[in-house]
Every structure is written in structure tokens, then in C-alpha cells.
Design a protein around this ligand. Sequence first.
Ligand code: GDP
Ligand code: MG
Length: 630
Amino acid sequence: MAAGGWHKHQDKNLLGKNYEDKIRPHIDLIDSLRSLGVEKDLALPAIAVIGDQSSGKSSVLEALSGVSLPRGNGIVTRCPLELKLKKDMGSTEWRATISYQNVTESLDSPGKVEEAVRRAQDNVAGTGKGISSELITLEIVSPNVPDLTLIDLPGITRIALQDQPVDIAQQIKQMIKRYTERQETINLAVVPSNVDIATTEALEMARKVDPTGDRTIGILTKPDLVDRGGEKEVVQTVQNRVYVLKKGYMIVKCRGLREIQNNLSMEDALKNERAFFEEHDEFSCLLKDGLATIPNLAEKLTTELVSHIARSLPNISYQIRSKLRDAEEELNAIGRGVPDSEDEKSQFLYAKIKCFSMAITHVMNGDLDGSTEDLKLYKNFRNFFSDWEKLMKNNNKNFLDELRKEVNICEDRCRGRELQGFINYKRFEDILREQILEFKKPAVTLLHSVKDLVQRCFKNEASKCFDQFENLHSSAVDKIEGLSHLLEQEAMTSVELQFTMEKIIYCQDSMHSSALRTEGGAATPTIGLLVQQDQVQLSKDELICHLQAYLKGVTNRMSNQIPLIIQHFMLREYAHKLQDQMARLITNNKQFTYLLEETHQISEQRQRLKDQIQRLSLAVKRLTKFSEGN
Ligand code: GDP
Ligand code: MG
């Protein structure tokens, strides 16, 4: 292969007259960004080789790289193969490295490449006929290669073989599309000269992702197989007059089957190629225009790639910096993670628990109003409690209205063995007790509602404070649930005690008489008509008036008392006990590690972000160094 002469007479406007000096740094910069894994974050300039099966892709790549690549029937290229060609004029030595997954292998002769690529593919995509989108990188350093990085993609197939997944064609197209649709990719569409160009899948796919043909280069292969009479059409195609692409076409002749079988060397193949074009009646004009042969192709590709890189750099730099900023912000948002030493861990846990404890205090004091309606604690309290009061008042009113309708309450309900007109006081008390007992069920319902509400609010705070720590979070939730159960029982005992006390029909004289006056109006009974022990002589109106006055007192008392009991247990005690139990977690140092175990997603996300930040920071450094050097 002719060394050194590959970059002689090209359009180098973009890079100025020191073009030769700028080739390697530009390509190296992108290669180094790619090897940092920056392609996970953004697309990098690349040349992707696409073509139908047996169109001659591998042959072109072989000719460019000077090494044999795996060939054979069916899908030979089963993973994207990044071919980094580096011209090194300073040495006569040939060197290569192949790397994939965590493997890096050095190769000392071109003859070993084919086997190494096969092995790499088997490792990455399995030994069957399956494909993988994982990248294999083959780097070749030699004085006889152009400066170029190309990505070889599996050939486009139409039909799956027996031992292939049925959707193999689809899978391959997807993979090709992933590379070719990026604006950063130059698509090299390899098409045999002896087929109708319009029918090739490769150009069709390229056209789909690049309708204006801005970044597609057509490569015609197998010019020696063109049928007699077909040459004119080929010439016109290469001259870009048939199927127009902005970047145009090149035509190359590689080793045919026979030449390979005859072990024709790559160097001789290049000589043959040159001779073929020089001697060809119709195609020689293409050589004169620089549109034919592998060396001219190499030069064109290098120029295209380098100017493409130069054009893309500002945007790459912008994207890398903004992605880096985003990643740093995201990492800050999820926190830097748990410290390692036991001492720091306890501090860390202490801070977390203190933060939660403060949140609980805020909830209790109503400082922190929940974000959603069902988390607004005091607003909901007010609604619950005023409903409770209304319910008692309504209930009393209905009860008294019913009584008023009854003709003979004094006879039916309140009279035992007494003479007509007398009312038994015990019966009077029983009527009240019965009515007061009506409030018990609603009081219990009220307790449940408050319990649910407060529990919801506490759990919400726990989620906010501990969402990164599954174990700590579930420990808090356990306590929230356990305590709510316990305190509900305590509250229930107090509510029950209240109702038990309400069985004592009692009211201070001054208060009862005052209530009688306000409630009774005209029907205010004269107090003290006690005629006989336990028996009072009352009119129906007077009786109702007494009931009404007493019930009003009860309602006033209970409308405060029950909410007080409930708030005492279900909010204050609940909050204090919860804070207490959480604080006790800090005293048990055996649990630190367990409690501070992070949620899987969080630690994964943090690791991903840290990797990304590391990669992008390095990328920024390389970009900075590059721009200083140019
Ligand atoms: P791929 O499937 O696209 O990688 O195609 P290959 O590079 O494996 O080529 C398919 C067949 O075409 C091989 O047998 C090559 O030797 C042959 N071939 C490639 N280029 C030429 C060419 O320019 N002339 C001739 N006669 N045969 C070629
Ligand atoms: Mg191939």
C-alpha cells in the first residue's frame, strides 16, 4: 500500500493550510471521547458503513485497513465494529489492539485480526447467529493506513436463517438506524455497481434518515462485474447525476473471490485496482476526477471526517458542558450518599432523624401545611370537629322535635306507678342517657378519621425524609402504624370514660337554670316543684325544656371534650412518642448500616451520575486541552 500519499490534493478550506497536522488531533480527540464512553451521553461524529449483505462492505474496510476481516456467508458482522485506523509515519511497525467489554488484547500481526474479531463477536453476541449492539473496537496503528475511524455495522438482511431470531432483519435495521439517524454520523452506503442502485436497501435506509443526502456518501463496488453496456449508467451515478447525494460517490474495486483464493496480497490488489481504472475505457475518467480507487476514497473519507469533526466541535463542547451541569445538579438533588465510618454514619442518621422529628413538630403545630387537600391537617380537623358538633346539635333537635310530636310523653315515657301529672326523675335521666349514648358511634368514627389523617400526614413526612433509605423508611412506617394503633386504643379508653361519666346526669345549678332561661323562653318552668322524692310534676313543655337545656350543656361540653381527647392522643402523644421512638434508633449502633442501606435505584442512580460526571469532566479537560493546542 502506498504510504504517505493519501492526503495530498483535497479541499481543505475548513482547516486551512496546516491540514495535515490537524487530521490526527481531530480524530484522536473524538476517539478519546468515544473511549471515555461519552457516546452514552451524546452522539459523536462517526462514519458508519452500511450496505446490503455481500455488497462488499468488508472488502472496502479490508482495503482501507490493510487487514483481513471475518468474511463468509450470512451475517458475518454481528456487532458494531469500530475500526480506528491511525497512520503512524514514525514507525514501520504494525500494531493493533482489540477491545470489548472489559477485555483488551494486543495483536502483533495483521493475520491475527480476523480470528480475534471472530472471538470478540462470539463473546459479545454469543456463538450463534445472534447480534448485539455492544461495540467492539479494533485499533490499528501503522504507516500504511489512513487516519480514519469507521464503524462497520451488520449487513442488511431480508430473511432470517434457521438458527436466527425471526426478527433478525428488524433487529439489524434498528441497530443500523441508531447510528445512521444521528446527525453526527456520515453514512457510507456501500452498493455494488452491478445492481440497480435504486433498489438497494442501503441507499433506501440512508435516504430515510438523511432525505437531503447531506451526510451520505455512496460507494460503488465490484466495477469489474458490471455487465457490458451498463458502464455508462455507473459512470453517471458516480458523477452524481442519477441518484444525487450532496457528498457524492466514489467507486472502488476490491479483491474478488478468485483473488482471495489466490492469496492476492492487499498491496497487489491496490495495484490491480489502479491498473483496472487506468485501463478501463469508460471508468478511467472517474479516476482522473479522483472519484475512484481505495486510496482516493481513504483521503476523501479522512477529509470528510475531519471537517465534519471541526464543524461539530462547538456543539459537542456545548452539549458536554450542559450534560455535565445537569448531572451535577441531579447528583446534588439526590445527595452525595452515606459516609463510611461508624461515627459519621451515626451523625448522618442523627441528622436524618432530627430532620424528620422537626417535620413532625411542624405538622403538629400546623406550621407545615400539606401539599394536597387530604394532608392539610388543621383544615381537616376544623371540618371534622365542626361536623361533629353539628351532628350532635341536629341529633338533639330531631330528638326534641320527635318528643314534641308525641302527645303523651309524660304518660308514656316518663311515668311509672306515679299519679297522673307526676314524672319519675329516674325515667327522665334514662331518656337523657339514651340520647347522649347516640353520640358514641359518631365519636368513634371521628376518632378513626383523625387517626387516619394524622397517620397519613406522618407517613408523608417519612416518605419525604427517608425515601432514599428503604429500611429506615419502613422502620419509621412501622412505628407510625404501631403507635397509631396503640394511641387509638388509649384515646378510645378516654372517649369511653367520657361516655361513662356522661351517664351521671349532672349540671351546676347556676348553669342549668341559666340554660333553662335561654332555652325555655315562655315555657321556662318554675324550678323546685318537687313533690315527692324522685318525682316532679311538670307539664310536657316544661319537661322538654329541661331536656333541651341539659342536652345543650352536654353538647357544648362534648363538642370540645371529644376533639380535645382525640387531639391529645392522636396528635400530641402520637407525635411525641414517634419522635421518641425514632430518636432511640440512634442509640443502637448495630443498626446503622442496615438503616442507612440505600434504595437500590438511588445507589444505582448515584453511581450512574458519578460515572457520567467523571466521564464528562475528563471530556471537558480533553476539549480544553485540544482547543489550547489548536
Ligand atoms: P459484505 O457482506 O458487504 O461485507 O461483502 P464482502 O466484502 O464480504 O463481499 C462479498 C463478496 O464480493 C466477496 O466474495 C468479495 O470477494 C466480493 N467482492 C467485493 N468487492 C469486489 C469487487 O470489487 N470485485 C469483485 N469481483 N468482487 C468483489
Ligand atoms: Mg461483511
